[in-house]
Every structure is written in structure tokens, then in C-alpha cells.
Design a protein around this ligand. Sequence first.
Ligand SMILES: Nc1ncnc2c1ncn2[C@@H]1O[C@H](COP(=O)(O)OP(=O)(O)O)[C@@H](O)[C@H]1O
Ligand SMILES: [Mg+2]
Length: 306
Amino acid sequence: MVNENPLVEEKKAFDLARRSHLSRPTKLHLSGVSKAFRSTNGTTTLALQDINFGVKEGEFVCIVGPSGCGKTTLLNIIAGLDRAGCGDVLCNGKRVKGPGSDRIVMFQESVLFPWLTVRKNIEIGLKSKGLSREARRAKAMDFLKLVHLTRFADAHPHELSGGMRQRVALARSLAMDPEILLMDEPFSALDAQTRWILHYELQNAWQKTGKTVLFVTHNIREAVCLADRVIVFSSRPGRIKREYYIDLPRPRDDSSVEVAALAGEIMELLRGEIEKVMKEELDEGSCKECEVKCVGVSPDDGNSKK
Ligand SMILES: Nc1ncnc2c1ncn2[C@@H]1O[C@H](COP(=O)(O)OP(=O)(O)O)[C@@H](O)[C@H]1O
Ligand SMILES: [Mg+2]
């Protein structure tokens, strides 16, 4: 019998997609990653402790956790901008030893060259790929089309809003065709309406390109809205507390009842962690766990390759 309920059909399609994700190869693999920093007054801060997870090809994974739990530190280690104190990071089976074009990072405020047009900002990165001028131009236009900005191809960055500039940055990152796109709170400086547009654009671009994405945020709704899987971190030292598979149909809206309900569940899990951060930031005592020495983790003075 044919099932004519479109929601049931959509759910079935999503479950199928999820199962097919699980059988895909692993793009990124982290095992036993820890990181400690030594501050100028000689104290040691354990930022990350024993992080183990993998990301499958084409998967969209969000890491969510309170401020200071090591999200940026982790992304920097994966990007090769910083070194882990102990543990291994493998991208496509190869150990990460430094930055590489297989891992592109998109930051909160992406830097575009102000003297270049939007199109040229995308084309310039493609020079390293050895493409002809025509091919670079065509590729830049394809990716501007993907983020619905072809009308602004000849505009300069200062003529665009903050949200549009982040869409250009997204197009530029995707045009480089990385193995994995790393995103560090890329929408946190935007207002709620603009973020809503960016969530739509990113979901659309991800579905069309099939890229593997690792996205970090402190915004739980954002994580639920975007991810196949949300990995929840504890407060510092960042450890994996729990993982959630999000099987809601796409495109998702961060104000939908379903997204809000799941975000509420994750918030409950994180409430105690956030209270810990508040106590620490309000000087009501130091966190004992953060002072624990991690065997085998050599503390870093924070100047390593940053
Ligand atoms: N270069 C550094 N030197 C010393 N401490 C650092 C350095 N970078 C990060 N930290 C500390 O490591 C912890 C994690 O920081 P970070 O990764 O930026 O957290 P998040 O991105 O989750 O807010 C914080 O306590 C922060 O103060
Ligand atoms: Mg951060």
C-alpha cells in the first residue's frame, strides 16, 4: 500500500539517509585528544580532556558546550593551528601535523579583502588550485549562486551586510572544496533574523554539496537546527558528555516546536555545567577539576603556532 503522508515519507527518507551516513567512511577521527595551557602566572589550565569521536563523510556534526569548554581550542587543533598535548587527529586517515587545504576554517568574523569584489574574493583562493582564469570565474559564480548572491558579484565587501559577508565567506570556503569544513561560531555576531537566513543558506548549501561539516557553537538551538549529530561538551576541561542524533526533517527552523523541545532537553543536561562556569566567572571559587594534572599532557604557553 502506498503511504501518502508526506511527513512519514520525509521521516523515512531521513532515517535512510542517517543509516547511509553510518556506513560511510570516516573523514575525521580524534582519539585521546587533551590540551593544557600554561598561563603567565605559572598555573596550568586543562582545556580539553580525552576527546574521542569520529565524523563520517558528508555528516554535519555540531559541538555544543558552555563558554570556555575548549571548543575553539579543539577546532584549532583539528585545523592544525595548534597542537594537542596528547592524542591523535586523523583527517582522511592522515595524521594532522599543520594547516592544510583539506581543512578550511570559517570564523565568527570572516575576513574578506576590502579592495576586491565579492567574486574576486572567491576567485583569489582558487589560484592555488591551478585553475584557469575562466574556470576560477565560473566556479566563483557557481558558489555565489549557491548562496543566492550572484547580484552582488561585482560589489565590494563594505556594500554588503554582515550576514551577506558571511554568505560570501561560506561560498569562498565551499569553493575551495575542503575535505572538511570547520566552523567556529560563524553566526554568533549576527542578529536573530540574519542568523535565521544563514541557517537556511547553510542547510541548503550543505545538502547540495554533501560536504562534511564540524560546527562549534554555544547556541543549543542552532546546533539542533543544523546537525545530524550534536556532541555535548562539559564545562572546562571539555569532555564529551553525551551525543544526540537529530532526526528532524530538513530544512529546519530554529524557532520550530521540535527544535525547541530537543534544545530544551540538551539545555537541561548542560544547566549544571553552565552554573559551574558562572560560579567560576563570578569568582566564587575555582573549579577543582580544571586544576587536575592530566598525565601525559604537556602544558602549552599558548604561543604555539596561533
Ligand atoms: N592561548 C591560550 N593560553 C592560555 N589559556 C588558553 C589559551 N587559549 C585558550 N585558553 C583557555 O582554554 C580554555 C578553553 O578556551 P576556548 O577553546 O577558547 O573555549 P571556547 O571556545 O569553548 O569558549 C579557556 O579556559 C581559555 O581561557
Ligand atoms: Mg570559542
